[in-house]
Ligand binder design. Structure first.
Ligand code: 5GP
Length: 139
């Protein structure tokens, strides 16, 4: 079954469009976590950031950057979160790659919260961990 973003791209479901070219569509998120919350989506289906072909991923990120810049300049945002979830454990609910551009304001924000809490690393071999990840990098 097609996901909701494939259907939006086809025009079967309405959306509030911000930007469109041959490869990329940017729309307002229906939930508006903060005012201006935008989704940048590749038109060709891929499941997530990690499985997206690099050239398409670069185009999506380029549009995300431009939208973040536009929102900082016209919405009075003082910051922006650029976020993409990969997989259900990371909070991905629509399995079609998309980048959230979430403007941040001083005070009175919407429902966006992100907390990264460090953990005790004393039992971790960090140099070994870094080496293992580094070795697994695709050329
Ligand atoms: P995820 O949780 O996969 O990272 O983000 C999916 C996002 O898609 C959510 O923020 C959700 O509000 C948004 N969304 C889901 N359905 C629709 C829809 O039909 N239209 C729009 N514009 N956004 C949607």
């Amino acid at each position: 079954m097609e996901d909701i973003f494939c259907r939006i791209i086809k025009g079967e479901i309405p959306s509030t469009k911000i930007y469109e070219d041959d490869d990329v569509l940017a729309i307002l998120d229906i939930s508006q976590t903060t005012k201006g919350h935008t989704l940048v989506i590749p038109k060709a289906h891929c499941d997530n950031f990690l499985s997206c072909p690099a050239d398409i991923m670069h185009k999506v990120m380029d549009v995300a950057q431009r939208i973040g810049q536009a929102e900082m300049s016209i919405l009075g945002a003082k910051g922006v979160n650029i976020l993409t979830n990969v997989g259900e454990p990371a909070g991905q609910s629509v399995m079609h790659f998309h980048v959230h551009v979430i403007p941040r304001y001083l005070g009175g924000e919407g429902g966006f919260q992100i907390t990264m809490k460090g953990q005790d690393t004393s039992a971790m071999d960090l140099p070994r961990l870094a080496m293992d990840i580094s070795k697994a990098l695709k050329k």
